[in-house]
Write a protein that binds this ligand. Sequence first.
Ligand code: HEM
Length: 361
Amino acid sequence: LREETPVRYDKERACWDIFRYDDVHLVLKNPKLFSSRRSQGEKRESLLIMDPPKHTQMRNLVNKAFTPKVIQELEPRIAEITNGLLDEVIPNTRMDMVYDVAGPLPVIMIAELLGVPARDRQLFKAWSDVLVKGPEVNTDEAFTSVMAEKRQASDELSDYFKDILVQRRRKRENDLISLLLDAEIDGEKLSEEELLGFCILLLVAGNETTTNLIVNAIRYMTEDVPLQAHLRAHPELLPHAIEETLRFYPPIQAIGRIATRDVEIGGQKVEAGSQVISWVAAANRDGRKFAEAARFVPTRKPNPHLGFGFGIHFCLGAPLARLEARIVLGILLHRCIDIEREEGALLHPIQSPFVFGVTHF
Ligand code: HEM
């Protein structure tokens, strides 16, 4: 597709697909031409589907809570949670990486940052799984049913957060929800809907994505045993291997936008109002941009992959996801002598066209 139809219109899905790096980059870099105000079956406002100037104002409220420097301070806590999760399973000599480690860690961490009880993590996990899910089969009924499920999960999550907001309005804590309650834009506090949108996005955006990053990295290391041994001996190389995982197996495969006016991409005329899907997964393997694009090169430098997006919507949680992945992988390689996939165990892909990961590993 990248070679033969780099920019193509799909009649059935009524959208444009973009596959080459330079074209995807162009789309993500130009919010004026390609708006994020796409409907996601979500009735609530969220950073992800805002354009400037509102996006800039809202994003500025949370940027400072997610800088690499602030996030770095979480290292001891992330290591403590990881070791605690591993203590439970290592004696068994077998584990399900998704359920035992890579699933719970991001949920516990974001719950602690937001200031919601980590003991409710099963609930968050269930809600976030529904919110990122796609239809299992490509029919209108399947689509409608998934959308209904999503709306229900989103309503349940907002009822959950409404209660927490009541508690925090009474008494602030040192957490993100308190920060958002005190935040102002042009002298005005955020509305209830804006607060709920933020809480839900923060809770959901980083869960399955970070889980998949960790599991995709481990999966690659079980396929390339010498690499596993090499990284075990040289943990300082892990950050590069993680970036390469984001390039090679990006947890988010594609990003949607809407063309705001008629525009030409790759020689094709895209009309105003069209849906444009930028295939990050294809762009990340474009040989025009990356040498040996089809090969996993754990030491690749520089690595301008688009796994966290690009431009104004570049992933807010990237420093957190990178740190969690580095710590978990470092501890796993240190504590587990040989990590192997269970013989005969089948891999079940997550049912979503936009998510790359497996349900168990
Ligand atoms: C945005 C991927 C982890 C919060 C994005 C975007 C991508 C992405 C591709 C851009 C979407 C767009 O342009 O429309 C990932 C991946 C992750 C990850 C692959 C893990 C490996 C996290 C975490 C958090 C988070 C841990 C939580 C704090 C967000 C938010 C946005 C975002 C709030 C919206 C930013 C904006 O619109 O300005 N992420 N993400 N993500 N991500 Fe992440």
